[in-house]
Design a protein around this ligand. Structure first.
Ligand SMILES: [Zn+2]
Ligand SMILES: [Zn+2]
Length: 373
């Protein structure tokens, strides 16, 4: 087969089609005995750089595929953003998209993609009749390969909110605190952790239960197969990571009042003090130490404890704590203070925790010099 320059039949790829799905379509259109035949021609290894395969595919299909890296499911597997499975052949689907054109959209295989941007419904994880998780094979067949249910006949509930990855993680880039201090992978790690802890300690916030196996998958990957349930967890967690940490403190405060005190303490300790990622752990610890409110026993004894108010969230959106900047730039606090003083950068005390802060704008202007001071 090495001698084949161009395949006889070359259907065009769709811009949002998974490469694995496209390769299967190519194999079928050309009457290959099976898709592995084509993979072995490409000498395909999921962990290798996809450029080699895109070159080979460009050659045998005659269409320019050079920019299609993100269409490989393996690209998302490496980033730990694909639905976790041993074979990586598992996917959610939009039945309405399948009714229009039958091919596999790569976004269906991504953990944080829960709704269809075109039809506004929740993606469907499995067959409503036999409860089999859908695979790429079901998509090609257009039916459940176990019970023969036609995929395009499945009804899917319209979504209250639209959650489409990666656009949805723009929350990260619009949050001053998070996008200044952590990369998107670290942010996702925190998100996974928060989703898991919220469900574990405050299940009444959500209208569903998860089996032990599902709780484990949630903790490890941030994935719940029912997209509607994952969307609820996702939305709640994102809202608590906004305006960090005011909104989370308000949530904790409400739950203390609701007499969920026994849940609140382990929730706080696990979220703030037991992160495996070093950077995340340091940042969360700093927040924990700063916010007296989190350590209720200390808080109880502070006579003039600052009030917790929603309006403080806007301060959190525009200001960063100097001690966090020191941590992130690996500079001693004294150097940073000296730098800020000599550049006449105004220091403001946080209205709640009294910590020293500077405006985010100043941080952005000066970060490179601060790192070298
Ligand atoms: Zn759709
Ligand atoms: Zn079925």
């Amino acid at each position: 087969m090495d001698s084949i320059n161009k395949l006889p039949v070359t259907p065009r790829i769709f811009h949002d089609e998974s490469m694995e799905g496209y390769i299967a379509r190519l194999a079928e259109a050309n009457d290959f005995p099976n898709v592995d035949y084509l993979y072995s021609h490409l000498n395909y290894k999921p962990w290798k750089d996809s450029s080699i395969y895109l070159q080979a595919l460009t050659k045998i299909t005659g269409q320019d595929l050079a920019g299609f890296h993100e269409n490989f499911l393996s690209y998302w597997v490496k980033k730990q953003l694909a639905i976790p499975t041993i074979s990586q052949k598992i996917t959610r689907v939009c039945p309405y998209c399948l009714k229009e054109v039958k091919y596999h959209r790569y976004s269906w295989s991504l953990i944080y993609n829960m709704t269809c941007p075109k039809h506004g419904n929740y993606l469907v994880w499995g067959c409503p009749d036999c409860l089999k998780h859908f695979t790429l094979e079901d998509v090609f067949e257009g039916r459940c390969t176990y019970c023969q249910k036609v995929l395009s006949s499945i009804k899917s509930m319209s979504a209250r909110i639209s959650i489409n990855f990666p656009a949805e993680l723009s929350h990260w880039s619009s949050s001053t605190y998070w996008n200044s201090f952590v990369d998107i992978d670290t942010f996702c790690e925190l998100l996974r952790r928060l989703m898991y802890l919220l469900h574990r300690y405050f299940p009444n916030e959500f209208g569903f239960d998860l089996s032990n196996a599902e709780q484990k998958t949630l903790a490890l990957f941030g994935y719940v197969r029912e997209s509607q349930h994952q969307a609820e967890l996702f939305e709640k967690s994102m809202s608590l990571l906004n305006r960090w940490p005011t909104d989370l403190l308000l949530f904790i405060s409400q739950n203390r009042e609701k007499d969920h005190a026994s849940k609140v303490k382990p929730f706080i300790q696990k979220l703030f003090l037991r992160n495996r990622n070093y950077l995340l752990n340091s940042l969360m610890r700093k927040t924990y130490e700063r916010e007296w409110f989190l350590n209720k026993t200390v808080y109880d004894h502070i006579y003039d404890a600052p009030l917790l108010e929603a309006s403080q969230g806007s301060f959190d959106e525009t200001h960063l704590h100097i001690e966090d900047i020191a941590l992130l730039s690996s500079q001693p606090l004294i150097n940073i203070n000296y730098y800020l003083g000599s550049h006449k950068i105004p220091i403001e005390n946080h209205p709640r925790n009294r910590g020293q802060t500077i405006r985010f704008d100043f941080y952005k202007q000066h970060i490179e010099q601060i790192k070298q001071c």
